[in-house]
Design a protein around this ligand. Sequence first.
Ligand code: ATP
Ligand code: MG
Length: 379
Amino acid sequence: MTEWEYAKKIIETIEYHGGEAYIVGGAVRDYVLGSLPDDIDLATSLFPEEVMTLFPKSVPTGIEHGTVTVILNHHPFEVTTFRSEGSYSDSRRPDHVALGVSLEEDLLRRDFTMNAMAFHDGQVVDLFGGQHDLEERIIRTVGSPYERFGEDALRIMRALRFMSQLDFTLHEELRHAANRLGHRLEHIAMERIAIEFEKLLTGPAYRRALGEMIELGIHHYLPNVSTELMRCVQEDVRTPVNAVSGWALFIYHAKDEDWLLPWKRSNTIKREARTLARLCEVGLDTMTVYLTDEHTLSTYFRMNGESDRSHELKQSLPMKSRKEMMFNGRDALELGARGETIKHLLADLEQRVVLQEVPNHETVLKEEAKRWLQRAGVS
Ligand code: ATP
Ligand code: MG
């Protein structure tokens, strides 16, 4: 059974117990576009507690806004009770959400017409012209963009990332509203902005979306971003093939290793992006290849549009890490070295082994070490 068929099973079960249920959001958009959705979300008239009693494998993943994750044959489905959102006094979160409203109200709270459709029984429920906008390749808010961006400014970032992912155009009124209300992004949590920005950077039309962002002045509300920096990334011949490579281009052009700090990304993303930026800076010299993990090297090839030689390059090195060196700290101690001197000696030998100036051979390295220590005045 496909995921879509499992979703239908969920709908049937809910209806059998007197509720209503629909496939909603991105999955319906993707269905109309003829592409496969990443994941399928459902909306229902039942309350979360009722959903949980109907499906033995379900997890209350967001009970306060009505969401239960139902697992069917290892597939997770988010099932959310129809809800509407009260007023937004802070451009960020609704003051309250109301459960137990109609499908229509649930669709009304959604961001864009293409994301505000529902699917049921082979039919698309399309109250705001989502199918028409998909056909025209236009992103349009449900209702006034001024109002919708005023409620939640993250939607401005979402509009730009969908523009990039789908290669669509922003509706003219939406553009004006984004331009006028962009400053409200300052109220939005950085993590949420960063996630949308990563999706923008890795979308097929990211150059157009970055251009639109500059034109609407949205980049002024992102940390460490100048117009010039945006242009550099936009015009760079390399392509962000994943979030890390997108960030790497910013770090590289900003010439600032700490550029990513205010974006609140994970330590792994920060470390990999920094490494990749360094690769962009110095290219594939032997020592950099040695110090870079194979996964990041592979990303480097892909972002340059080259065939992936990461594995061969790694294989061609005389060793993979210092652990493989036939001379270690204990050997250095035996030769009378102490503390910092050991550190410097090992780093020097390591570099010369990697660059194949000396073979990785026990007796050779020991002789090299003795000479090094003599020069350093240790023995
Ligand atoms: P993707 O395929 O990238 O996941 P998606 O449309 O599923 O795209 P999500 O962020 O997963 O996007 O959101 C699911 C749905 O929830 C959207 O399609 C939209 O209907 C609604 N939604 C999400 N974020 C907002 C928001 N900030 N304001 C209004 N509606 C939103
Ligand atoms: Mg989704």
